[in-house]
Design a protein around this ligand. Structure first.
Ligand code: ADP
Ligand code: MG
Length: 146
């Protein structure tokens, strides 16, 4: 599925729809360059789950947990991870195989521990289509089997 947006608000709304429809245990990976809109998208997902706290990038913590919505949201940003053991130290499998929603920025850095059932979200710019244009591609086993 490909969705095109032209404003941050539209990207937020795409995330919000996904948050509204998210089911327990789903894992979403979020790929795209710095400044492409991964955090904007995540803020939408959080809103769709009914989370009212502010969402920021968990750049210094690997994971940020939000428990006030319809389902728990586990927002990972593994950009600064040094080695996979850091994921083991935080007990990642409790999150990956729990009842909340995992949203993982820079998931390619932890490929070896990712489960097979993922929903992959890729956000890309295309400057020929405008500075604020974004193409959001959603793929994955779960999406295809619906
Ligand atoms: P990332 O988390 O991927 O590094 P952010 O979400 O923090 O990126 O920032 C994205 C920036 O791009 C914001 O300043 C946002 O206002 C801007 N922006 C412009 N157009 C869009 C769009 N269509 N979708 C999302 N963000 C957009
Ligand atoms: Mg970010």
């Amino acid at each position: 599925m490909i969705i095109e947006t032209n404003t941050p608000q539209e990207t937020f709304c795409v995330g919000k729809k996904i948050g509204e429809n998210a089911r327990p245990g789903q894992i979403y990976t979020l790929t795209g360059d710095l400044g492409v809109g991964k955090t904007v998208f995540t803020q939408g997902v959080a809103a769709g789950l009914g989370i009212t706290e502010p969402i920021s990038s968990p750049t210094f913590t690997i994971i940020q947990e939000y428990e006030t919505g319809r389902l728990p949201l586990y927002h990972f940003d593994v950009y600064r991870i040094g080695d996979i053991e850091e994921m083991e130290e935080i007990g990642y499998d409790d999150y990956f195989f729990g009842q909340g929603i995992c949203l993982i920025e820079w998931a390619n850095l932890i490929e070896e521990i990712l489960p097979e059932n993922l929903i992959q979200i890729t956000i890309e710019k295309d400057l020929e289509k405008g500075f604020d244009y974004r193409r959001i591609t959603v793929t994955g086993n779960e999406v295809n089997s619906k």
